[in-house]
Design a protein around this ligand. Structure first.
Ligand SMILES: Cc1cc2nc3c(=O)[nH]c(=O)nc-3n(C[C@H](O)[C@H](O)[C@H](O)COP(=O)(O)OP(=O)(O)OC[C@H]3O[C@@H](n4cnc5c(N)ncnc54)[C@H](O)[C@@H]3O)c2cc1C
Length: 458
């Protein structure tokens, strides 16, 4: 069998790339060393979200992610559940209620691109009606906004199924152990299956979509792709948690954490609740990650600040490493944008592409930009179709959508993180002015349980 392209890695990035290539008509193969979607993707917080927090220092990434999440919602709607998230604000919190609401006012127009509803603000009394188990002492009020919950493994599988229907092939439990090179170009891969069988597979293009392993796959090609791996742990509860009881059918939380500089999510869906994630720099091999006792203690202590009787015993802890692009700056300000490296122009090695960084929430765009590059390298360009068909293959109605921010502006700001932060804070300063002089409509400012149902129920 001869292929136009081989994709290494069957997480959400590789699955999105494979679907993009297959729908353009390229003959492609995906190789995954384990089970598709079971690595970082499965360890995520299960959210298709725009990145509200990045509005504080990297607005263009929030804009791009909201835009692409909108496409994901349209192509994968049956896999998604709207998840309203309550953000309670207490006396002494680092971000006061007006700041938090300004952030939401800034987010509302962007997150509309992904079918999000406007936020609602709650008085302490109404917030406690919504969540009677929430600590009442010091509560100043709360805001609610919505994101999308997804089963990440099902999202990977649906992308792979769509790619296979379009003619793609897939090999699982098969590891890429070498890259074949000749005359300054990659020509294919050496693989080893779990039964120890080794073989070569040839293709003029090889795409490294190995998530936190992109550095080790790049090593096989003699190139370097710097990443900053940030380990994240969730505690998983597979039982009812009485303190989270609410008249709302489903409700998540974002809570200022114990250290007061980070936030922790509580994400309930389909009988399981996630508490997390942590965010810890790691140099560990992604094959051997583990959660520390300190991470677990931190998550429990953070959530018990708000729900005193939150159960201490959880069913398991899940850990993954965010494959963040190598960059300067503090861990709290790392940009979550992605980059597609063409190693022919970057390192003089033809036929080799690395897809690094990004989020599950912009996987489709990562696939699209990779597909554009593959078309140029093959000199066989074909248009992207991943936004025109659902994962089941039905046509998606055309939407008029805003353009994503320019790549060159994003790259410039990545080289100048301070400027990027000033750009974000400048927007927030304008929005804070609007918030003070033109506060949101009464309807938004006076959230009630009844309005909550009206806003967030589909
Ligand atoms: C704690 C945490 C929470 C997160 N929450 C969210 C969230 O809520 N929303 C969101 O949008 N993003 C979230 N992210 C980010 C998101 O999960 C990742 O960006 C995304 O899952 C990365 O997918 P991937 O396919 O690049 O990597 P992975 O899912 O790790 O897939 C890479 C695959 O490559 C395979 N592989 C590696 N080497 C080889 C080889 N040599 N041969 C063959 N196969 C190989 C691996 O087995 C693996 O399956 C979170 C991340 C973390 C860690």
């Amino acid at each position: 069998m001869s292929y136009d392209a081989i994709v290494i890695g069957g997480g959400i990035t590789g699955a999105g790339v494979l679907r993009d290539l297959a729908l353009r008509g390229y003959k492609c193969l995906l190789i995954e060393k384990g089970k598709p979607g079971h690595a970082t993707t499965a360890a995520s917080s299960h959210l298709i979200h725009g990145g509200l927090r990045y509005l504080l220092y990297d607005r263009l990434t929030t804009q791009t992610t909201c835009w692409d999440s909108g496409h994901i919602v349209r192509i994968a709607r049956p896999l998604l559940t709207r998840l309203p998230i309550l953000w309670p604000v207490y006396r002494g919190h680092r971000h006061g209620l007006e700041t938090v609401e300004t952030l939401l006012e800034s987010y509302d127009p962007l997150q509309r691109m992904k079918g999000g509803r406007p936020h609602l603000r709650f008085s302490p009394e109404e917030a406690l009606r919504l969540v009677p188990g929430l600590k009442s002492e010091g509560l100043r009020g709360a805001v609610v906004f919505d994101e999308w919950w997804v089963d990440p493994v099902a999202l990977v599988e649906a992308n792979l199924a769509s790619a296979r229907r379009a003619g793609a092939d897939m090999r699982t439990e098969t590891k890429v152990v070498g890259l074949r090179r000749a005359r300054g170009s990659v020509q294919g891969v050496d693989v080893s299956s779990t039964d120890g069988k080794r073989e070569e597979v040839a293709a003029p293009i090889v795409i490294n979509a190995a998530g936190p392993w992109v550095e080790s796959v790049a090593d096989l090609a003699g190139t370097r792709v710097p990443l900053r791996l940030q380990k994240g742990t969730h505690l998983v509860y597979e039982k009812d948690i009485p303190s989270l009881k609410s008249p709302a059918p489903v409700l998540g939380f974002i809570l200022e954490a114990e250290d007061r500089s980070r936030y922790v999510f509580v994400i309930p869906a389909r009988g399981t609740t996630l508490v997390g994630p942590t965010d810890v720099a790691t140099l560990d091999n992604p094959d051997h990650l583990s959660s520390s006792e300190e991470e677990k203690r931190y998550l429990l202590a953070s959530v018990r600040r708000y729900f005193a009787d939150f159960p201490e015993s959880y069913d398991r802890a899940v850990v993954g490493a965010r494959p963040i692009l190598g960059q300067e700056g503090s861990e709290k300000r790392l940009s979550r944008e992605f980059e597609i490296y063409d190693h022919s122009s970057r390192d003089g090695l033809g036929g080799f592409i690395t897809v690094a960084g990004g989020k599950m929430s912009d996987f489709r765009l990562m696939g699209q930009e990779t597909g554009d590059l593959v078309g140029r390298l093959l000199r066989k360009e074909a248009p992207c179709r991943t936004h025109l068909l659902t994962l089941k293959g039905e046509p998606v109605p055309e939407v008029s959508s805003r353009p994503v921010p320019s790549k060159s502006l994003k790259r410039f700001l990545r080289r100048h993180p301070r400027l990027r932060e000033l750009h974000a804070l400048g927007h927030l300063a304008v929005d804070f002015g609007k918030h003070l002089f033109h506060p949101p409509r009464e309807e938004i400012r006076r959230g009630t349980v009844e309005k909550f149902r009206q806003y967030y129920q589909d």
